[in-house]
Design a protein around this ligand. Structure first.
Ligand SMILES: Nc1ncnc2c1ncn2[C@@H]1O[C@H](COP(=O)(O)OP(=O)(O)OP(=O)(O)O)[C@@H](O)[C@H]1O
Length: 604
């Protein structure tokens, strides 16, 4: 995929390793070492990598956020059991058990806790109320600044399912959470840094049932393997990293990751995250220090972690086997996290360092540096205002975490060899010149294209004329076809009429012929009688001279009468007519002579 970079080991550029960091037991919070105060190394003509174990030992910061009441909790008038002080002391929070559920006096007593900050998001009139933006301002922005200074940083959202972890980390479109606000702030600040060359990349993965998946890979089911580099820092092999140039880029990849994340409906949350998700912003910055002509390279990771919610088995009642199995796996990895954090906090207070079982779960293995090493880490402990037991357990977990001391080091590499610096800038200059050359040839190509465009204008006009001609031809052809249809209709109608007429004539003539034939037969019979009479008469005539004389006279008269008779003549005429009909030609479209009509129309 274009722009994709395969993830390299999360390399810490300082030789100070995690075990060394763990020996540092400082529980007092101290300010980060500002970048400007880093000692410049003496100019050297030999390439050297100045590895500066400068750092900052700080406890993991813990902030608590009590989420707002949900609609269904308001409807059922659930009591709010978490309280922040009315005087606005944002370090304190108390949990008060429900009166009805209290069994002993001791149990009924409010539980008081103190943390770095306690946000209340259920009562906007409270002095400790915090909107999404306030949470970013007080917690997220600090992490952006750490990252820019060259420190690894991490924000970790922990809490029971449905307590507001995803809301705090991701938020909604109208109320963006820490992840989008942090990305935006980091990009804004980077854009203003004109003296720094930087590269920001983003990766996003989830751990579902102890297996890591790349959330930015379309082949989502591809399992990722954890590897360790020579520096013993675990990383995911083949995890994709994408360069981020602006907020649109960041938003696009984040949305893609969210869509790939495993969620499900549970009893406590309609869209419960069933996996731990880890988004990493990796920043590499290079600055030129004119004082000693060195290049300072800073590498830092900002990790934003949304853990899957812990679940009581009672809250999973009625769920199917898959949800229960998921819940068990989630609880198991969170239990390992709890054990690792407890051991880390004990190590922070004791001289004997216990071996930390990071590898017992993929989550603790991959978060090794963030929870017990080179990172400035904040845990946001999310609690529901209505669930005393779960909130109490979360706050106890948060208390243990707050005792862990991390030693974040400045991930700085200094290149002070002047020749190397010159060589590096020379290479960059050559690259830029090459780029300019490419741009110039592109520009001249574009100019040619523009020139071609004007030449092509005529072609374009011709093409348009051709198209309109073609359109006209199509219109004419359509007319032609519709005329043909009409023509066929008309001639078939006419032929039907003609056929009808001819049939009628034929019938009439047939009747006439039959009648004439009948008349003819009758006449023949009459003729036969006449012949007989004539013979008898002739016999008599032969013997009778007077009769001969009168008969000759009568025959003459009769001949004259027969000649007058037109019956035979008429019969002959009828026969001629019938012959003529039988010989009539069959009609075809060619017989019609009105073709001029549609042709005129076609030419129209
Ligand atoms: N600060 C808040 N103010 C108002 N509503 C909130 C707040 N935090 C969370 N919510 C609401 O509470 C519900 C649960 O929140 P969310 O999904 O963030 O919990 P979660 O802890 O991530 O749960 P899971 O572990 O199951 O994923 C959501 O409907 C969310 O909108």
């Amino acid at each position: 995929m274009a722009g994709m970079v395969k993830k390299q080991p999360l390399r810490v550029l300082s030789p100070v390793n995690a075990s060394h960091d763990l020996n540092v037991r400082m529980h007092k919070r101290s300010k980060s070492t500002p970048l400007s105060s880093i000692n410049s190394n003496k100019l050297s003509h030999r390439r050297s990598q100045q590895l500066l174990p400068k750092g900052d030992s700080t406890n993991i910061e813990v902030v608590v956020r009590v989420r707002g009441l949900l609609e269904r909790e308001k409807e059922h008038q659930h009591e709010c059991l978490a309280h922040t002080p009315v005087d606005g002391d944002y370090h304190k929070i108390s949990l008060v058990p429900k009166e009805s559920s209290a069994q002993s006096k001791k149990y009924r007593e409010p539980k008081l806790f103190e943390f770095d900050r306690c946000y209340n998001s259920f009562d906007d009139t409270s002095a400790c109320y915090a909107s999404q933006f306030n949470v970013f301002k007080n917690t997220g922005e600090k992490m952006v600044n750490n990252t820019l200074e060259g420190f690894n940083s991490c924000i970790l959202a922990y809490g029971q399912t449905g307590s507001g972890k995803t809301y705090t980390m991701m938020g909604s479109k109208s109320n963006p959470g820490l992840i989008p606000l942090v990305c935006k702030d980091l990009l804004n600040k980077l854009n203003k840094m004109t003296d720094t060359k930087h590269e920001l990349t983003l990766s996003f993965f989830e751990i579902y049932q102890e297996t890591a998946y790349d959330l930015l890979n379309d082949q989502k089911n591809q399992k990722l393997r954890v590897r360790e580099g020579t520096d013993k820092i675990p990383f995911l092999e083949n995890l994709s990293e994408y360069p981020i140039a602006g907020t649109d880029d960041a938003q696009r990849w984040i949305n893609k990751g969210i869509n790939h994340r495993t969620t499900a409906v549970t009893n406590l949350n309609t869209e419960s995250s069933r996996s731990h998700s880890i988004l990493t912003l990796k920043l590499v910055q290079e600055k030129f220090n004119p004082e000693n002509s060195s290049i300072v390279k800073l590498t830092s990771n900002l990790r934003l972690v949304d853990l899957a919610g812990s679940e009581k088995s009672i809250a999973t009642d009625g769920l199917d086997a898959k949800r229960l199995k998921e819940g068990n796996k989630i609880n198991k990895s969170l239990t390992t996290l709890g054990r690792v954090l407890t051991l880390l906090s004990e190590n922070s207070h004791s001289k004997n360092n216990v071996l930390i079982p990071y590898r017992e779960s993929m989550l603790t293995w991959l978060l090794k540096d963030n929870i017990g090493g080179n990172s400035k880490t904040t845990m946001v402990a999310c609690i529901s205002p209505t669930d005393f037991d779960e909130s109490l357990s979360t706050l106890r977990f948060a208390t243990i975490t707050s005792k862990i001391c991390n030693h974040a080091i400045l991930n700085e590499e200094s290149q002070t060899d002047l020749n190397d610096v010159i060589e590096k800038y020379e290479i960059e200059k050559q690259d830029l010149l090459e780029h300019i050359k490419n741009l110039e040839s592109f520009k001249s190509e574009m100019e040619d294209s523009v020139a071609n465009l004007s030449v092509n204008e005529n072609d374009f006009e011709e093409l348009q004329n051709e198209i309109s001609e073609k359109k006209d031809t199509i219109r004419k052809l359509n007319n032609y076809v519709s005329w043909q249809n009409k023509y066929i209709e008309t001639i078939s109608f006419q032929s039907k009429i003609k056929e009808g007429k001819l049939k009628k004539n034929f019938d009439n003539l047939k009747n006439a012929q039959e009648k004439l034939l009948t008349d003819y037969v009758v006449q023949q019979q009459k003729n036969a009688v006449n012949d007989k009479l004539e013979n008898e008469f002739l016999e008599k005539l032969t013997n009778d001279k007077d009769l001969q004389f009168t008969t000759v006279q009568k025959i003459d008269e009769l001949i004259l009468q027969v000649e007058d008779l037109s019956i035979l003549k008429h019969l002959n005429n009828v026969q001629d007519d019938l012959d003529e009909i039988a010989n009539l030609p069959i009609m075809s479209s060619d017989d019609e002579s009105d073709s001029d009509y549609w042709w005129d129309e076609k030419d129209d």
